[in-house]
Design a protein around this ligand. Sequence first.
Ligand code: GLN
Length: 219
Amino acid sequence: MTRPRVGVLAMQGAFREHIAALARLGADAVPLRDAAELDRLDGVVLPGGESTTMDKLLRKFGLQQPLAERIRGGLPVMATCAGVILLADEVRDGPPDQESLHLLQLKVRRNAYGRQPESFEADVDLSVLDAPFRGIFIRAPVIEEVGEGLDVLAEIEGAPVVVGDTQRLALTFHPELTGDDRIHRYFLEEMVVRATSQAGVAHVATEGGQDAETREAAG
Ligand code: GLN
C-alpha cells in the first residue's frame, strides 16, 4: 500500500500551490510534465492559469491525448478555473485555434464575469462541505451550460461554480490560494482514495499526513 500519488499539471499557472495543499494532506504530489508519469498517478489536478497557454503546451509536450485517455479511462481529476476550460466540451470567447479535451459536458465562457471586477471573492456553499468556502475568482470562466450526468455542487448568483461527478470535480475559483484545504481533502479522500482503494492500490492519508502503514512502521 502506498500514499495516493497525485500529479498536478505543471505547464503553467498555479500548480505549486496545489502541490503544497496536497502534500499537506499527506499525498505524494508531483508536477506533471511528461506523459510517462501518467501511468503512475492515482489522480490529477488541472490548475488555474491561462488556458490558451496550457492548451498549446499540452500539445507541444505530447500530453494532450495521453492525458485525455487517462481521464477517459477513469483517473480522478480536479480542475480549477483554466483547468475547467481545458476539460470543457465547448469553450466560448477563446481564440479560434483553442482546443479543449471534451471530457466534461460543460459549455464555458472565458472571462465572463463582465460586470464584476476581474477578480473577486465570494463565499461558496458546497453541498459536500459542512461550511462555506471562501472562493477566490480570478478572470474566471462562467459555466453557461451543464450536461446530463453532472451534479451542480455550488452556484453563485444562479451560475454553477462547482460541478462534477464521482470522478471529476470542476471549480471555477482557486481553492489552492486560500490555505483552506477542505476541497483538496474532499478530492483526495472521496475521489482519489476511493477510486484507488476500489482498485486495491492506495488508502487514506490521515490528518497528520502519514498513512496508517507509515504510522505503524514509525511505531
Ligand atoms: N482567464 C483564464 C483563461 O481563460 C483563466 C483564469 C484562471 O485560471 N484564473 O484561461
